[in-house]
Write a protein that binds this ligand. Structure first.
Ligand SMILES: Nc1ncnc2c1ncn2[C@@H]1O[C@H](COP(=O)(O)OP(=O)(O)OP(=O)(O)O)[C@@H](O)[C@H]1O
Ligand code: SF4
Ligand SMILES: [Mg+2]
Length: 340
């Protein structure tokens, strides 16, 4: 990992205007992605992961409004860059996306290889034959046989289509590849195969990766640094090792309990009772307050601001100084299921 940030985001907010009122899908999110690193974003369904990515890539639906203090990519100010320039020079060429449900993103009436050839030729001047050679190379990288290039999407399994979309995202050697839930919807064995492949790709390419998932165990294995998102906010951000060895935020403690760990096989899984918050209207409390066994009075009336724990480790919680004792308490099922 190099220390220069490829992407810098400060104070990013996204709201969707709806007839029921504004939905604050992303609030005050700040982070960096460094060269050659994998940055993970973990969080439950509806916490704003895809919205954050769509905002960065200008792919929000028309009712979505993004405001941000800084979005800087390799020194370019992405907030002020004209749309035309962004689509020509940045999207796909510099930042590519494996979208959520990517396996359904291929056009069913065109051969898979031809779709990637077209994507390459839309951004790079080259002959069809050269582009086909590149697709064959990419198929090799993602573990598909080159002769499958001339198949149609319906001839591919879900896992194969997913790999084809990853090939598409790699096609132009972008500096940053964003993968939104790359294994969701696939059966466990295929998930493992795709993750193994992504791990190989991670080691083989120079690009940075943002990996989004609701599965914190996946992210633990794959990422250099992790952000844990809840109710539109980054609640904890740290190097993977620090997050797993020394988690501080109550929500992270709950998430860790709720997922099977490769390091603690057989440990009892403890769910976090309750539901994620509705995001309509402005937030005037800690979003985790209704579910947090450690809440105190001010959690219901104030939104915690980021507190730095150590270098590259920050959390939003009023009880950050008590992390050690909360960590112990969080290991007990009674803490989560009998309190409050
Ligand atoms: N176009 C839209 N209009 C209104 N609300 C929206 C729109 N798109 C998303 N939302 C809402 O914004 C919030 C964040 O949604 P988002 O899809 O970003 O979450 P997510 O973390 O990616 O969830 P998942 O894990 O299910 O993919 C949710 O409450 C969702 O219902
Ligand atoms: S700020 Fe309060 S409610 Fe929020 S996570 Fe910390 S203790 Fe829990
Ligand atoms: Mg999503």
């Amino acid at each position: 990992m190099t220390t220069k940030a490829v992407l810098e985001v400060r104070d990013l907010n996204v709201r969707y205007n709806t007839s029921a009122g504004p939905i604050h899908a992303v609030s005050e999110v700040s982070f960096d992605v460094f060269g050659d690193e994998v940055f993970g974003i973990a969080g439950e369904s509806g916490c704003g992961k895809s919205t954050l990515i769509r905002a960065l890539l200008r792919l929000l639906s028309p009712n979505g409004i993004c405001e941000s203090a800084v979005i800087s990519f390799k020194g370019h100010d992405l907030r002020t860059m004209p749309d035309r320039e962004f689509r020509k020079d940045i999207l796909w060429r510099e930042i590519s996306l494996v979208p959520q449900s990517a396996m359904n993103s291929l056009n069913p009436v065109y051969r898979v290889g031809a779709q990637i050839v077209e994507a390459i030729r839309a951004h790079r001047r080259c002959t069809r034959a050269t582009a086909r050679e590149r697709v064959a190379e990419l198929f090799d990288v993602v573990g598909l046989q080159a002769d499958l290039m001339d198949s149609y999407p319906h001839e591919f399994s879900g896992g194969m289509r997913q790999r084809a979309m990853i090939a598409m995202a790699l096609a132009l050697d972008p500096a940053l590849i964003i993968m939104d839930e790359p294994t969701t919807g696939l059966d466990v064995l295929v998930q493992e195969r795709i993750l193994r492949r992504i791990r190989k790709i991670r080691d083989a390419i120079a690009s940075s990766i943002i990996l989004i998932t609701h599965d914190i165990a996946v992210i633990a294995e794959m990422c250099d640094r992790i952000a844990v998102m809840y109710g539109g906010r980054f609640m904890e951000q740290a190097r993977s090792l620090d997050l797993f060895e020394s988690p501080h935020h109550p929500y992270t403690l709950g998430l860790k309990n709720a997922f099977p760990s490769i390091h603690a096989v057989g440990a009892e899984l403890i769910s976090i009772p309750g539901f994620p918050p509705g995001l309509i209207g402005p937030q005037t409390s800690c979003p985790f307050e209704p579910r947090c066994p450690f809440r105190i009075e001010r959690c219901a009336t104030e939104t915690p601001q980021p507190v730095t724990i150590t270098e590259q480790h920050e959390i939003r919680c009023f009880r950050s100084a008590e992390a050690e004792s909360l960590r112990e308490l969080a290991k007990s099922k009674a803490t989560w299921h009998c309190s409050n």
